[in-house]
Write a protein that binds this ligand. Structure first.
Ligand SMILES: [Zn+2]
Length: 472
């Protein structure tokens, strides 16, 4: 039996501080056993006084170890989970996207479908290669070439759900990549899988609006053109349509990476009608479209594009007042050399920014120096809410009796240090930003994996897959 105590911390979970100012957490065999004051127990303890003690954070939106068009993401499960745990993130949500393109580095089993091959490939890439726990969102292609439902594929998706997939991700754009679903198809998705009590994650950018906003003579060399080609209106139109469909079909939906005030507010207004949640990412709160101007614009190329200064300011204000349910990074990093190749052609620049490493620090910044409010919000929007949406609550996302003992112990310092989004050779989008958070300890299922901002055991990948029940 492995028992220990975290002593005298400011414990914050699910948006609430424990009634007493200082509390102990009793951990046994990887689970939270109890909370309170345990002065008389003769067992090992860690002093966490002057620290904020939170459930391990969850970044539910990250792209790791996969092809994105012609480029490979700069972070693997190993490097992505390393920067995660060093910043208090103990669980990552990543993606399995069905595509032939994803299999180019994989020996395919031709007796199996592309979907099963993609699934097998992700197992191979991730198992025993992660410092953090992780789970998968699935993007299957369930329609055949004639647009009819492929029943065999539907059966495969159902089997994956039996084993542990709890979220499906759908896109209203990206026709070229072959992952765009029409609204009609999304409706069919809703009908086919809704009875399984899952969440649908939706990327909302209306493809029609994007196509109709094609400029007369677009300057593809200028990165700023990206914002003109993918206007705010595209996001808002898709949000309205998807909310309407979810309303008709009584679905639980989560709208990812919202970048507009109107989109976020529309979702917020409909919360009393359907279980809809909304996420935004640091780039839409801290980076404005001016970063896209000039010769380094390609470094900030992501989709949806960065928005104007006014929008950023409004989103920040609304965020502080509780507009968003989830903060996630949409970590999609590319090596400098890959971003650079097509720096002069926005049709070809790999789209995406790193962000896992800065997520906690930047969200903390939103609340200025009100640390109690900041950590209370973080415990909700970077832990409890993503866990609930992704079907892993209360195993994750909380400090409750019986939950996994994933605990992040934060200390505020008066020193400022440079923020680091990724440990790979990427352009740092937040190089002008500083942070003052120190990770005193991080525990994953009761095991100390980080101490004073360093890995405790760099050779040990303790992370487990939560989307694969047979291994639990
Ligand atoms: Zn994404």
């Amino acid at each position: 039996m492995n028992r220990f105590i975290l002593k005298n911390g400011s414990v914050i979970s699910e948006g609430k501080t424990l009634p007493v100012n200082k509390s102990d957490i009793l951990i046994e065999d990887g689970k939270i056993l109890d909370m309170g004051m345990f002065d008389n127990l003769e067992i090992p303890s860690f002093d966490v006084s002057n620290c904020f003690v939170l459930p391990g954070l969850i970044d539910m939106h990250t792209h790791l170890d996969d092809w994105a068009g012609d480029f490979y993401t700069a972070d693997t499960y190993i490097s992505g989970s390393k920067i995660a745990v060093l910043n208090g993130i103990t669980t990552l949500g990543t993606f399995i996207t069905e595509s032939e393109n994803s299999l180019r580095d994989f020996v395919k089993d031709t007796t199996k479908s592309t979907l099963v091959n993609c699934y097998d490939r992700t197992i191979k890439k991730s198992f025993n290669n992660s410092y953090s726990d992780y789970f998968w969102h699935l993007t299957p292609l369930i329609f055949d070439d004639n647009g009819k439902i492929n029943r065999k594929k539907v059966d495969e998706v159902n089997q994956m759900m039996e084993i542990g997939i709890k979220t499906l991700k759908l896109y209203t754009t990206y026709k070229k990549a072959g992952i765009c679903s029409s609204y009609e198809q999304i409706k069919m998705f809703f009908n086919l899988f809704n009875n399984r009590n899952i969440s649908f994650l939706i990327h909302c950018e209306d493809d029609e609006t994007i196509l109709s906003s094609v400029l007369k003579n677009p300057d593809f060399k200028n990165t700023f053109t990206h914002t003109l080609l993918r206007p705010a209106k595209a996001e808002v139109t898709a949000v309205k349509k998807i909310v309407e469909l979810a309303l008709e079909n009584h679905c639980k939906i989560h709208i990812v990476h919202i970048s507009t005030v109107e989109g976020a507010e529309y979702i917020y207004k409909n919360k009393n009608k359907i279980p809809v949640t909304v996420e935004t990412c640091p780039q839409y709160l801290f980076l404005d479209e001016n970063y896209l101007k000039g010769k380094n614009g390609f470094r900030y190329f992501c989709t949806p594009p960065l928005r104007d200064v006014q929008t950023i300011m409004e989103l920040k204000n609304r965020a502080v007042n509780g507009l968003f349910d989830v903060y996630a990074s949409d970590h999609c990093p590319f090596l400098k050399k890959d971003k650079k190749i097509y720096a002069n052609d926005i049709r070809l620049i790999p789209s995406g920014l790193p962000g896992i490493g800065v997520l906690g620090n930047l969200i903390l910044k939103l609340f200025q120096n009100d640390y109690m409010k900041a950590f209370s919000e973080i415990s909700l929007k970077l832990s409890k809410n993503p866990a609930s949406i992704c079907g892993i609550y209360p195993q994750k996302g909380t400090l409750k009796k019986g939950s996994d003992a994933d605990v992040s112990v934060f200390e505020i310092t008066n020193k400022n240090y440079k923020l680091v989004s990724s440990l790979s050779d990427v352009y740092e989008p937040y190089e002008e930003f500083n942070g003052n958070l120190i990770l005193k300890y991080v525990f994953l299922r009761g095991k100390k994996i980080v101490e004073n901002n360093s890995l405790s055991d760099p050779h040990n990948f303790s992370g487990k897959c939560l989307s694969y029940n047979e291994l639990l």
